[in-house]
Ligand binder design. Structure first.
Ligand SMILES: [Zn+2]
Length: 413
């Protein structure tokens, strides 16, 4: 029971919570944290009336490349993965810390305005770029902490064992405060050796791991098997994620179910990147082009932790992007033919609760004691949020208002 003697800095009145009861509740905020979640909190404080609108603890982006965003004016974009890697590799040589900061901050501000409160960004490290992007994003992390918690995942986009000097730089970045270690075995001449070395770095610095993995449509050989094997051997289950894994989209139902059980048993989570996967996969087909997007909602049924994420914004990997995770959830639902209310609600889960689980964020969620990271969506139901691309109206980060978007308005004659 919350009584009038309790004081709050702010009360959100009549909020609906995804996964909670259908009946609206009030959310009381004090000292930047959620202090009460109850119907009709009897206290006087500044308040916002939400009229039953849906509140989420902010969207969670597990996989976005801020360092190489917004470089279309420097690159060709015909649409193959090999071209995208080569074009960015060439452009990257010209990146300065100021340039990376300027482009990344523009993208980060978009993400904040779209209601995202937690982000894992993947940062390229190799002897050409050195630690320039990493340095820019470390600064960005500090400068935007008022609106978003930013994790830096350092990784070797152009390979590790084939690129002398890269491993030393990755270790240097980890020693300098990188939050997560990433990998990219598909560009390495020795994928298994890269996987082993990434696990070794993770153990040395006690870091979670996030691989770019199995990024084509040939399921004959999958690095996923070695990643699962290592996750079990190193007892790193629950601390390993893999992104893309588009090979899974080529598997028949039974084989997919077997891989899903393997992932769940090994504690390996999956991030699907619908926009990039759609743009780059199936380029060899001139008709009946495969979607190339792994059916994440089918993996959920086997207990795999899955997220949907943005990946790239306005570069040769993805010449689109507005950083809206509600749009990504809707795009995924379209591609995956996920239309039942429960499936649509799962799609919202894959841009909120499940990516927070993937990132092992233990203070995420609308519960007493957690930081008051709260985003109000212009809808009343999780499935409808995805179906109708409900827009965020305003958001709080640790109790402080971090952005506002005005509702569109008709001006009748
Ligand atoms: Zn990526």
């Amino acid at each position: 029971m919350v009584t009038g003697t309790t004081s709050f800095d702010l009360i959100l009145r009549q909020a609906r919570i995804a996964g909670g009861d259908a009946a609206p509740v009030d959310i009381g905020i004090r000292g930047g944290r959620i202090a009460a979640v109850a119907p009709n909190i009897a206290a006087t404080a500044p308040e916002e009336r939400l009229d039953g609108r849906l509140v989420v603890p902010g969207f969670v982006e597990t996989h976005i490349h801020l360092d190489k965003a917004c470089i279309l004016d420097r690159c060709r974009t015909e649409g193959t993965l090999a071209e995208a890697i080569a074009e960015v590799a060439a452009a990257k040589r010209g990146f300065t810390e100021a340039d990376v900061y300027a482009r990344a901050s523009g993208v980060l501000e978009k993400a904040i305005l779209q209601g995202t409160t937690r982000i894992r960004t993947h940062v390229e490290i190799d002897p050409r770029i050195g630690l320039r992007s990493f340095g820019a994003l470390q600064r960005l992390k500090r400068d935007y902490a008022w609106a978003v918690d930013l994790e830096l995942c350092v990784f070797p986009q152009e390979g590790l064992t084939n690129d002398p000097g890269t491993e030393e730089l990755l270790v240097e970045a980890c020693a300098a405060g990188a939050d997560v270690i990433g990998g990219c075995p598909y560009t390495d001449t020795d994928p298994n050796e890269q996987i082993a070395r990434i696990f070794a770095i993770a153990r040395r610095f006690d870091l979670d791991i996030d691989f770019h993995l199995d990024f084509d449509l040939d399921p004959a050989r999958m690095d996923l098997d070695e990643v699962c094997r290592q996750a079990e051997a190193q007892k790193w289950g629950g601390r390993v994620a893999v992104g893309h894994v588009t090979k899974l989209s080529s598997l028949p139902a039974e084989a997919l179910a077997a891989k899903a059980r393997r992932l769940a048993d090994a504690g390996v989570a999956v991030t699907v990147l619908p926009s990039t996967d759609l743009f780059l996969m199936g380029r060899g087909h001139d008709h009946d082009v495969p979607r190339g997007v792994t059916p994440a909602h089918k993996l959920l049924a086997h207990g795999v932790t899955c997220s949907l994420s943005t990946n790239n914004v306005m570069n040769p990997f993805t010449p689109f992007g507005d950083c809206s995770l509600i749009r990504m959830a809707n795009l995924y639902a379209n591609i995956a033919q996920a239309g039942r209310p429960a499936e649509l609600a799962d799609c919202l889960d894959m841009v909120t609760r499940l990516p927070a689980k993937l990132m092992n964020l233990d203070d995420y969620g609308i519960a007493v004691g957690n930081p008051a990271d709260l985003v109000v969506l212009d809808c009343r139901d999780p499935a409808m949020a995805v179906a109708e691309l409900a827009q965020p109206l305003f958001g709080l980060k640790r109790g402080r208002r971090s952005f506002t978007r005005r509702s569109p308005m008709l001006h009748r004659p």
